[in-house]
Structures are given as C-alpha cells and as structure tokens.
Design a protein around this ligand. Structure first.
Ligand code: FAD
Ligand code: UDP
Length: 373
C-alpha cells in the first residue's frame, strides 16, 4: 500500500495530525493502532449496563487556550463541566486541591482562621502554592500545616501512584495539584473545561471520517512497516520502542482500571474521591458526574497504579525524573537524525506528561511548523 503519511497511534496526537493533513493538504493518511479502537487513552464506550465509561481512567478536557477548544468544537459539541475532587483525610472528605474550605473542614474554626490569615499574609489571596514550595518556605504554624498536608494528601498518594516520594519525583508533578488559597473547589481553573457531549469516541469518529484517512485497528506498526510505502511518518507510541530500546528502556507507570457497576443511581457526591492514605487504589471516579448521563445505575472506576512491564500492561505515565529525561534525550538525538522521514510526538513519543490539550497543541504545532512549514 502507498500513502503520503503513515501515522502510528489513533489517540489525540495521531488523530489531530491525520485530520489536518487529510483536510488541509488533501494528502492520504494511513492511521494504524494496535488497539481495537480509536481515541487512544481518551476512548470511551457504553458498558454492558448502558453507562458511558472511559476505559483508561477519567478524562476531563481543560484548556486555557481558546483555539484548542474551538478546534475540537468542529467535531463535537461541548458539555461544560467543572471537575470536583474530595480527598479522604482521617475519615473526612475535603476538597482537593487543598484550599480554605479544606482548612475549615479539618481544623477547629479559630485555628483555621489563624492559619488562613497567615497564608494570606505570606502568599496572598487566590495564589497557588505547590506543596514542596510551602514546605520549604513555611515556618511556625504554617510549617505545621505544610507537613500536615504533605503527610495527609501527598505522601501516600504519590508513593502509590509513582512508587516514589514527592521529593524523588520532579517537583512539577505535585505542583499539578497546588495548595490553592481560595474558596474555589474546582480541580482545574482553566478557562475552558468540559467533555465532548456525546463522548470522546464519537468526537474522534467525526474527526477521522475524511475520505483521505484510512484506519487499520488491531495493527501494530511493527507488523505493517514492511508492507506500507509512505513518504513521511508520525510515531506516537513509546519512542524507546521505536528504536528497539537501543539505549535502554525508558520507565513508565501503568495502572489497572477496575470498573464496577451498581444499581444505585449515584454512589459519591463528586466526580472523583481520592484516597491518599488508604487502600491500594488512588482514586475512584463515578462517570455520570463527568458525562451528565441520566441512568438508573452507575459505573465507577478505581485506579490501581502498577509497575509497567513491557508486553504485560500499558505504559500510561512517563516518569518525570531527571535521570530519565537524560535517557530520553538520547532517543531524541536518534529522532533528530531521521526527522525528515519520521516525526515523534505525544505522551509516549515525546516522553512528556501531557494533558489532552497539550497533546492537541503539540499536534497542531507540528502541522504548522514541520508539515506545512
Ligand atoms: P495515547 O492516547 O496514548 O495514544 C497513543 C496510541 O498509540 C494508543 O492508542 C496506542 O495503542 C498506540 N500505539 C502505541 N504504540 C503503537 C504501535 N507500536 N503500533 C500501533 N499503535 C501503537 N488528560 C487530560 O487533559 N485530562 C484528564 O482528565 C486526563 N486524565 C487522564 C487519566 C489517565 C488515567 C491517563 C493515563 C491519562 C489522562 N490524561 C488526561 C492524559 C491523556 O490521556 C493524554 O494527554 C492523551 O491521551 C495523549 O494522547 P496521545 O495521542 O499522545 O497518546
Ligand atoms: N497528588 C497527590 N494527592 C492527591 C492528588 C494528587 O499526592 O490527592 C499528586 C500525585 O503525585 C499525583 C500528582 O499529584 O500523581 C498529579 O495529580 P493529578 O491529579 O494531576 O494526576 P493524573 O490525573 O495525571 O493522574
């Protein structure tokens, strides 16, 4: 088979680039994915009980850049949605990211007011302070608070999720969920937040229905590479896999997703409940909060982080540690040698902890700079 572009991986990165190349340049694309569906990790489907669920964990779209929201709006209507998370701390469920509401829920009112006052004096209102920064900079009562939040919210969760302490990870990871000096209970503060009204998979179907795009599922790059003639390629799988691990394996974290249905209409008060200190799972998400679906029953997912073992489970998270960035750079140098023929992008191709908006932004930038430009 002969095509202009071979794109490996039908997630956000591969699908956005396929759509742009097909619709804007009128070139042909073969999109292959080793899974039996499009959408990558954002794939959703109706389970056997009729509940719309996300196979690979909860996905909430959030972006500050309007062009990303508008770009995807060509393929879906949006359902506006603000995600809220409660963390279980000593048997109480309090807002996460930790904010003034969490403070008042956990501490005697007078002491909470004193801590609130000190936080406002030292950092200011509506400011986000990463936990490692709070721990480094605080003294007195605030040092106590920083240690408390660290122990009750971050330490156990991070050990479960990464098998590393917050200090051993890149500081940017826990900075994703900073202490927020406000009363805003939303998990994200981006200007644009929501889910595709009819689900992610339906959005991907619209994106990929161009006649220039041919899709092959259940097909790995390795099995087709010799049979396809292509001018250029985009690879969105693990970059170390493409180069047959010539510099050693890049480490990833995997997750086991345990989906459970119940006949109850709702099982928890908000979309996600985090369990930093109890159980082997990190969080439980009830999908109906996210999707807005009306149904007499409900399906939730518990996430059990796992070591990634090649061939046995999926690589979901690159591990943002300095030494692994160094190893990644060796692969980046290999990629540089072949960039006229093969591009790498996405969470696995770039070995970057991208959210969906960042994956879309990366694909659109590649289109402008390396495909058209
Ligand atoms: P992927 O979606 O991983 O797609 C890569 C595709 O390539 C896969 O389908 C894979 O099967 C295929 N592939 C790999 N190797 C090969 C090969 N050799 N041959 C053929 N096919 C191959 N982001 C948010 O913005 N909000 C959220 O709430 C959010 N929640 C998340 C929750 C979890 C548990 C996880 C793991 C991620 C979450 N994300 C979230 C991140 C989001 O999933 C990613 O940003 C996005 O899916 C990245 O898209 P991608 O195309 O780069 O990669
Ligand atoms: N985190 C934590 N406790 C929480 C929530 C998050 O320790 O209650 C830390 C943990 O290290 C986690 C990171 O912050 O991996 C980023 O959280 P986020 O919710 O962004 O993770 P994701 O949704 O990408 O899995």
């Amino acid at each position: 088979m002969q095509v202009d572009w071979l794109i490996v991986g039908a997630g956000f990165t591969g699908s956005v680039l396929a759509e742009r190349i097909a619709s804007q340049l009128d070139q042909t694309v073969l999109l292959v994915d080793q899974r039996n569906h499009i959408g990558g990790n954002a794939y959703d489907y109706y389970d056997e009980n009729g509940v719309l669920v996300h196979q690979y964990g909860p996905h909430i779209f959030h972006a500050n850049a309007r062009y990303l929201w508008d770009y995807l709006a060509q393929f879906t209507q949006w359902r506006p949605y603000y995600h809220e998370v409660l963390g279980v701390i000593d048997g109480q469920k309090v807002p996460v990211p930790f904010n003034f509401n969490s403070l008042y829920a956990l501490f005697p009112q007078q002491y909470a007011a004193k801590l609130e006052q000190q936080l406002l004096e030292n950092y200011g209102f509506n400011i986000k302070v990463p936990i490692l920064k709070l721990r480094d900079s605080a003294s007195g009562d605030l040092k106590f608070l920083a240690d408390y939040i660290y122990e009750k919210i971050f330490r156990g969760y991070t050990l479960k999720q990464w098998d590393l302490t917050p200090e051993d990870l890149g500081a940017s990871v826990t900075a994703r969920v900073p202490i927020y000096l406000s009363r805003d209970n939303r998990y994200f503060q981006d200007a644009y937040q929501g889910l595709p009204l009819h689900g992610y998979t339906a959005m991907f179907q619209n994106m990929l229905k161009h006649p220039n795009i041919r899709i092959l599922l259940n097909t790995s790059y390795q099995t087709v590479q010799k049979d396809i003639q292509f001018k250029r390629m985009l690879f969105t799988g693990p970059i170390d896999e493409y180069f047959e691990h010539m510099h050693g394996e890049l480490p990833y974290r995997s997750v086991h997703f345990d989906l459970q249905y119940t006949d109850q209409e709702k099982t928890q008060a908000v979309g996600t409940v985090n369990y930093p200190n109890e159980y082997n799972f990190t969080r439980i998400t009830e999908f109906k909060h996210l999707t807005g679906q009306r149904h007499f029953g409900s399906t939730s997912v518990a996430e059990y982080p796992q070591p990634y073992v090649r061939g046995q489970n999926d690589p979901y998270y690159p591990i943002p540690k300095e030494e692994y960035k160094e190893l990644y750079k060796k692969y980046q140098q290999e990629a540089e040698q072949i960039k006229d023929k093969v591009l790498f992008a996405g969470r696995l191709g770039d070995y970057q902890y991208y959210n969906m908006d960042q994956s879309v932004a990366r694909a659109l930038a590649i289109f402008e700079k390396q495909v058209v430009g």
